[in-house]
Design a protein around this ligand. Structure first.
Ligand SMILES: [Fe+2]
Ligand SMILES: [Fe+2]
Length: 287
């Protein structure tokens, strides 16, 4: 797939909890950030366990696995830095929620089959691929004209999620969707079950984190700020239905193939800035 491993650098010196035009959008992403830091190390271990089961013909997928692991390693490390800043903005309970998610994943590793875990992983990964389009083509209402470290972090992360969107899908397909029956039962129904389970499970955590943030915020906001937050929530919910939930429906189709998703406009050009000698790369010299 020609994937690239990038080592970004983010400057949070002017970090603000509300880094977008819409408070509810910032809250939602700040809450969602508790997900990658436990899920992505778990994904890495999962693929390390599954790699020996790939058919010998899948050398390309083995090669992509190394890049996938290197990309995810950067993602969860960078998100841990970001999550610390969020928690320090007055939300210490987020760390507990993240630990609860890590405990659930540990339990999945002990009690669930590899097939189940790969279907769950594919479900999680497929959400990132939908987000790629959101961040690059449909996010003007939320971040148009803005540029800050939080936006760069999310755009970099979701662009790489888009780049490696088919790795888990291809794993599941190669190991569990052989033959006609395997393609129908596992390739469609079981994959769908994994997606729905992952959405419900992960959304449970991020919704709880959002509710917690809103409760804390409502206690310290002025009446005007509260009114603005309520208005932002309504705007964000409409936005989310239109640019995330509706496109997500395409993933429910039997012929869904993440590899065939069109590349969001400007995605790879944006990623260039994080590549060797790029202005936002950890290797770039200070100006
Ligand atoms: Fe990631
Ligand atoms: Fe990923």
């Amino acid at each position: 797939m020609g994937m690239i491993v990038r080592f970004p650098k983010f400057d949070y010196s002017d970090f603000k909890f509300y880094w977008s035009h819409n408070m509810a959008f910032s809250q939602d992403r700040n809450a969602t950030a508790i997900i990658p830091s436990p899920v992505e190390p778990w994904l890495i271990k999962l693929l390390q366990e599954a790699a020996p089961l790939l058919p010998p013909s899948h050398t390309w997928l083995r090669d992509d696995t190394q890049k996938f692991i290197a990309q995810e390693s950067q993602h969860f490390r960078q998100h841990r830095i970001f999550n610390k800043l969020i928690a320090e903005s007055g939300f210490p309970r987020l760390a507990e929620m993240e630990a609860e998610l890590a405990a659930d994943l540990e339990e999945f590793s002990r009690t669930k089959s590899l097939k189940w875990r790969l279907a769950y992983a594919d479900g999680f990964e497929t959400l990132g691929a939908v987000s790629g389009m959101l961040w690059f083509e449909k996010s003007d209402e939320m971040i148009g004209g803005l540029d800050n470290a939080a936006i760069r972090l999310w755009k970099w992360h979701m662009a790489e999620e888009f780049e490696h969107r088919e790795v888990c899908f291809q794993y599941f397909k190669a190991i569990y969707c052989r033959g006609l029956i395997g393609r129908i039962i596992n390739g469609y129904f079981y994959r769908l079950y994994g997606l729905i389970f992952a959405i419900r499970h992960l959304r449970g955590f991020s919704s709880r984190a959002v509710a917690y943030m809103r409760q804390v915020e409502m206690e310290r906001m002025s009446d005007d700020e509260k009114r603005q937050l309520r208005a932002d929530i309504k705007t964000f919910e409409r936005f989310n239905r239109r640019v995330f939930l509706k496109p997500l429906l395409a993933n429910l189709l039997p012929w869904y193939d993440p590899g065939k998703k069109p590349v969001p406009r400007g995605l790879f050009n944006y990623l260039k800035k994080f590549e060797k000698d790029g202005e936002w790369s950890a290797g770039a010299k200070a100006a």
